[in-house]
Design a protein around this ligand. Structure first.
Ligand code: 13P
Length: 251
């Protein structure tokens, strides 16, 4: 049995002051749902403050990116050790980073390895664009992202990772994939590829999330599916009530 996990990806939203308020409003509701792993991923600037606020709760904290090098002349970047000071999780290879900041399957792979090496749990994002979907390349694209993203990871380490399937056309559009379609891609592309790389026992242990226009109203439908182990939530994670509702749907 895989324990459900729901993570809120705040993207580039909330100052420290706003983040503090939002988390204060969320904590009681999130704390009540013991059977789900709950994670908040705010911008870097709020990590220190929120790690203090969340100390003593069971709510995890994640960053939205890191650099794979340990230190050095990489202006604007944040190292794995710096993230590890405050976080347990880190989102890797989100489609917005792939689309706007030049992330590739190779940089994703370096970041996954760096996260695991320092003891962070990577949430590795995969998913096809609208054009790839419409030209029936979903399976090929997702398989490539999984194979290259996880290249060279050991069998022991892979079970510490989390994958998020987020079709790009469903992100922030209000047009979620159908639960059937998401479950099919997750089972027959993502998990199947993980099984061919690491064996089916390992693949069965890895939690795979769906992301893309998940709301309080449609969350339960996704989480009821056999291969969907939780969600990576964007817009709806910025409102305490909505995010709590989604976490409750995963319980
Ligand atoms: P939305 O929930 O806003 O569609 O965003 C999904 C996402 O990109 C989470 O990483």
């Amino acid at each position: 049995m895989r324990r459900p996990l729901v993570a809120g990806n705040w993207k580039m939203n909330k100052t420290v002051e706003q983040a503090t308020l939002l988390v204060a409003n969320m904590v009681p509701g999130l704390q009540a749902v013991k059977t789900v792993d709950r994670v908040i991923c705010p911008p870097f600037t709020s990590l220190m403050t929120l790690s203090g606020m969340l100390a003593g709760t069971e709510i995890g904290l994640g960053a939205q990116n890191l650099h794979w090098e340990a230190s050095g002349a990489f202006t604007g970047e944040v190292s794995p050790e710096m993230v590890k000071e405050f976080c347990q999780y880190v989102i890797i290879g989100h489609s917005e980073r792939r689309a706007y900041f030049g992330e590739t399957d190779q940089s994703v792979n370096l970041k996954v390895k760096a996260s695991l090496a320092i003891g962070l749990t990577p949430i590795v994002c995969v998913g096809e664009t609208l054009e790839e979907n419409e030209t029936r390349r979903t399976e090929a694209v997702v398989s490539r992202q999984v194979k290259l993203g996880f290249e060279g990871i050991s069998k022991e380490d892979v079970e510490k990772t989390i994958v998020a399937y987020e079709p790009v056309w469903a992100i922030g559009t209000g047009r979620a994939a159908s639960a059937e379609m998401a479950n099919d891609i997750i089972g027959n592309s993502v998990r199947k590829n993980l099984a061919s790389l690491f064996g089916s026992d390992q693949a069965e242990k890895i939690r795979i999330l769906y992301g893309g226009s998940v709301k309080g109203e449609n969350a339960a439908e996704f989480f009821a599916k056999s291969d969907i182990d939780g969600g990576l939530i964007g817009g709806a994670s910025l409102k305490a009530e909505d995010f709590i509702k989604i976490v409750e749907a995963a319980a």
